[in-house]
Design a protein around this ligand. Sequence first.
Ligand code: SF4
Length: 323
Amino acid sequence: MSEINTNKPLLEVKGLKKYFSTKRGMLHAVDDVTFTINHGKTLGVVGESGCGKSTTGRSILRLLEPTGGDVIFDGEDVLKLDKEQMRKKRQEMQIIFQDPFSSLNPRKTIAETIAEPMNIHGILKSKDEVDARVLELMDTVGLARRLMNVYPHELDGGRRQRIGIARALSLNPKFIVCDEPVSALDVSIQAQILNLLEDLQEEMGLTYMFITHDLSVVNHFSDDIAVMYLGKLIEKAPADELFAHPTHPYTQALLSAIPEPNIHKKTERILLKGEITSPIEPKPVCRFAQRCNYATDKCRSQEPQLKEISPNHFVSCFLCDNM
Ligand code: SF4
């Protein structure tokens, strides 16, 4: 692996917005989200279903066209690229999907599936070169070569996800959005896939945005963790700091839901009550106010902004006003 500068940002996302037009008005799926990910690092992005984490990942790759903001990748604003330039840029920016089965073509063999991105982008000249690269990728992700001519339905979920990873790696990317890559897998298989992703990152210097609804999955895997709620980034910190000092009431509730392996160290689960605020034409107030035990009139009339409360620990909550 060539030396990478892990203190330098590979990805800078500034004020990213993705709105969808609905009959009832604009749905603010991603609203003014800002973060950076340094070379060779992992940002875990967590939050409930519908919080905008997957939409953020897809907007960065322009699989969904963002409504506003900047996405600077390796010093270049990808939102300014035309279609052809973006197609080339995607070789460096890949995605692994949650459900490997639905993202694979059932009529293509494993070898054909892994070869497809290389053939589309024409990165290798001859069929022999592509075939050799397919076998190399199968070795890299731990797929036995004898499986090259079988079809996705003949494999279990873990092996299907290995195909998805091999496809993503086939174009030699620098950055991969891992969109809930282990959520559809059995717990024992989850660990294998997480270990594989970790090994690949070390060997290839990959940078990950790891999206999950399950904080326990990203715990040992992420350098930083960003928590999203209803389209907003509400807390971001180095992983150890976030687990030691969760500050936003929503992060505290998420953490309290993680099962504690030590039965002598019981933590009380914080149950969230109240309606989830509509993301359609949201008012400039705290979007968590209807479910927050600490909500005040200020929370229901003003919108908190992200504030750095300790080095690299950002929180969007009025409770931090005096910190
Ligand atoms: Fe709760 Fe108010 Fe903080 Fe929002 S700003 S999380 S409602 S205390």
